[in-house]
Design a protein around this ligand. Structure first.
Ligand code: NOJ
Length: 758
């Protein structure tokens, strides 16, 4: 491969005389700009527009296919009229496409190869919502580093991840793909993920370019219906939605992806305000924006563009740099420049950004650098499995554990493992599974058998979740009628000391285009659970799901509930680690669990109403037919030990501008085993120029304590923490009184007040 590169490289040098090529020496930041300009100066308009075009490799569709056929794509590759491809996998396939481009085109600008590497490439980690429940930034970074390594081993050098859309609605299927409802936590995870994918230096061939998506507002689609309109104003946009993107931009994320939705009537893809003024202007971010799949042309059905040419004009002017499988840019941009409707400087700016990323990735040094068979052969998949198990167990949230039913006691001699997901080796792989193999996860049943418990283990499926084929493009057909397996499950439960029920969602029930009006246990699952409870009340309910579920009946009637998400390749082993007590659960919910679907959207960092009292005669922010508040709040999760929070102290009750004060709280492990607690800090700005949420997460720390041990946990409070986008459209801290709240979830908190003075 190296030899071939040398041939190509000398050709490249011949063509681009102005570029100084120092093969093997990393391109320094300063001379990247000179190199970019040198290339750009030599390009024709047609070639420039070509860089702004991205094509799908055809076999792994994640959206409607464009009208461009394979033959035409090949021809365009040969002419150097494609900037990047997506869904082209394997060293052979990426090398083939790169060669078509490098060996035939005039400018020989290397292609990038993008793919949705969302929670692992081959080794699959918990779905992002699940992994966020670990609140473990090192874990989030490490799974991204591993995903990057496995991706480059197959020629993929760009992931469309992390998805950092704030989502507050469990009906939205893509809630599984992000970090939940909180802006601060999402920002922290975003940065960890980007560092994991991109490493310290993008030119390291074991790293891949990351994408912050979807810019912006996509997670707040009306009523959780995918692709739908978003109705938010300035306050919500700047204070809730944009901060994770700002954090991603500051962390040097290589690319952004815009989004399908409209915000206040303007499609995000065509939003000059978002892309040009905020991202590229105020934030001075230097990477490039790729559209979402066909989102440029989708401005036509939105009623914002007349046709593809018009859509291309709007998107390019707004700052969308690359058209993903949409066909608008190649249809329109050249013509628009020639007719004088778009200034060529707009095209130059987009291409400059694309070339800059390619230079930073070292693609101009060696276009084949990500197609390294030696590296591919050395990927330590066994080690990756161990890490996947470690991260999966940290992502599990213990929601209920009445009478310490868990961990499983040595007196338990017979365990019935029941449920449609109990021996399911596929569902834990989840949606957006990249190259995670079908049926490759460790099931709950297998995990418990691997655990070498001194107990007999029996199994019965009870009911199926659904029938037939299902995939990314097709949801499972849910079983509503076949109860034939229930008697066997009931018989097994009757004989057992303990029942482990594995229920939840199919892998393809959450994800893109998987919004649901109902978020309970689908099909006959609740019926099965009720029948089992009739004969055995010692039930541990293990939930395997991508979105928060409505589990109100279970929370009232089942003694132990474990939220195990879709945990990836090592799912069953990780679940067994928690059920047996080998690992003391430490996860906390990154999203509120509702009592009823009608509460959605539901999130802890809401605004107060003008009538916040509990008095039923006033309009209160609740419904009259259910108890107020979530079933399980944001930040909630139990442990097999207990943690006591002592008195909160502040080093001063006054914070002066430019200074800091310290909050401290003693935390004691009051149980008798070692455990980890996520200590959470929330802030409330009591009076401000725009109403502020009743509390907002502003800090957290994972603290591990031995039994009986006490640690003083400290947070420094400074004015940065108090800043928000205010009535003067500025990020500022405003003078006045603030509440600080500390505790183990967003509801059980100790409060202390202070004043901020300027
Ligand atoms: C559409 C999705 O919205 C986006 O997140 C994904 O990266 C692209 N398709 C490519 O598959």
């Amino acid at each position: 491969m190296r030899k071939n590169f040398i041939i190509v490289s000398s050709f490249l040098l011949g063509t681009m005389g102005a570029i100084s090529q120092n093969s093997g020496i990393k391109s320094s930041v300063q001379n990247v700009e000179t190199k970019v300009d040198s290339v750009l100066n030599l390009m024709t308009l047609e070639e420039k527009v070509g860089q702004m075009v991205q094509y799908n490799g055809s076999w792994d569709l994640t959206g409607p296919a464009s009208e461009v056929g394979n033959k035409e794509k090949e021809d365009r590759l040969k002419k150097g009229l494609v900037g990047s491809m997506l869904n082209v996998l394997s060293i052979e396939a990426t090398e083939k496409a790169q060669r078509l481009n490098m060996e035939n085109s005039r400018m020989k600008i290397p292609l990038m190869f993008g793919y949705d590497v969302i929670h692992g490439y081959k080794t699959i980690f918990p779905v992002p919502l699940g992994e966020t429940a670990s609140w473990d930034l090192e874990a989030a970074k490490e799974s991204a580093r591993i995903a990057a390594l496995e991706s480059v081993a197959e020629g993929v050098n760009w992931t469309f991840s992390p998805m950092i859309d704030i989502s507050r609605d469990a009906r939205w299927g893509r809630i599984m793909e992000g970090s939940g409802e909180d802006t601060y936590l999402t920002s922290k995870i975003a940065v960890a993920k980007i560092k994991g994918y991109q490493g310290e230096d993008l030119s390291d061939a074991k790293t891949i370019a990351a994408t912050a998506k979807h810019f912006a507002g996509y997670g707040l689609a009306e009523a959780g219906r995918d692709y739908n309109a978003v109705h938010i104003g300035k306050n919500e946009l700047h204070n809730a939605v944009l901060p994770p993107f700002k954090a991603a931009a500051d962390a040097g994320v290589a690319t952004f992806m815009n989004s399908f939705n409209t915000i206040d009537g303007i499609p995000a893809t065509g939003s000059e305000r978002l892309q040009r003024e905020i991202l590229k202007g105020a934030w001075d971010w230097q990477g490039f924006v790729v559209s979402d799949w066909g989102s440029i042309s989708e401005m036509i059905p939105h009623g914002f563009a007349r046709d593809k040419v018009h859509a291309a004009e709007i998107a390019a002017k707004a700052g969308s740099d690359m058209d993903m499988e949409g066909g608008a840019y190649e249809a329109g941009l050249e013509q628009l420049v020639e007719e004088g409707k778009i200034d060529e400087s707009i095209i130059d700016e987009a291409v400059r950004r694309i070339l800059r990323v390619k230079f930073k990735m070292g693609l101009f040094d060696d276009p084949y650098r990500y197609m390294d068979a030696e590296l591919a052969a050395s990927v330590p998949f066994e080690d990756h499995k161990n890490t996947a198990r470690d991260i999966a167990k940290k992502s599990i949230v213990l929601l209920k554990n009445e009478n310490d039913l868990l961990p499983i006691k040595s007196s338990v001699k017979k365990i019935a493992v029941i449920g449609p997901l109990a021996d399911d080796k596929d569902t834990p792989i989840g949606n957006w599974r990249a190259q995670g193999e079908t049926n490759s996860a460790v099931s709950v049943l297998e995990g418990l058998k691997n655990a070498d418990l001194d107990a007999e283990i029996t199994y019965s499926k009870g009911v199926t979740l659904g029938e037939g084929e299902r995939s990314f493009l097709m949801p499972l057909k849910i079983n509503e009628t076949d109860r034939s397996g229930i008697p066997d499950a009931v018989a097994k439960a009757k004989e057992a000391d303990l029942v482990v029920m594995a229920l939840g969602e199919d892998a393809f029930q959450s994800g893109e285009g998987r919004s649901q009006a109902n978020i309970g246990l689908a099909g006959l699952q609740l019926e099965l659970l009720k029948e089992i409870r009739e004969v055995n009340k010692n039930i541990v309910l293990v939930l395997i799901n991508g979105r928060p579920l409505e589990i109100t009946w279970s929370s009232e009637n089942i003694p132990a509930i474990v939220e195990a998400w879709q945990l990836g390749s090592e799912s069953g082993n990780a679940i067994a680690d928690v059920l047996t007590g080998k690992y003391n659960p430490s996860g906390k919910l990154p999203v509120s669990f509702p009592r009823a679907v009608g509460q959605e959207p539901l999130y802890y960092n809401r605004m107060n109403t003008g009538r916040p009292s509990n008095d039923l005669h006033v309009t209160y922010s609740h419904y009259t037919d259910i108890e107020n508040g979530p079933l399980f709040p944001f930040g909630f999760g139990l442990s097999y030990t207990t943690f006591d929070y002592g008195d909160v102290e502040l080093s001063s009750k006054e914070l002066q501008a430019g200074e800091g004060i310290t909050l401290s709280v003693p935390l004691t492990n009051s149980g008798d085993i070692k455990g980890k607690e996520v200590v959470q800090l929330y802030i409330h700005d009591l009076v401000a120029s725009v109403a502020r949420p009743i509390k907002e997460l502003k800090g957290f720390e994972l603290v591990e304590l031995a039994p009986g041990e006490t640690k003083n946990v400290e947070f420094t409070i400074d004015e940065k923490m108090l800043e928000f986008f205010n009535a003067s459209d500025k990020w500022e801290a405003e003078e006045g009184e603030f509440e600080l709240m500390v505790g183990g979830n967003s509801e059980d908190l100790k409060t202390i007040k202070f004043n901020y003075v300027k």
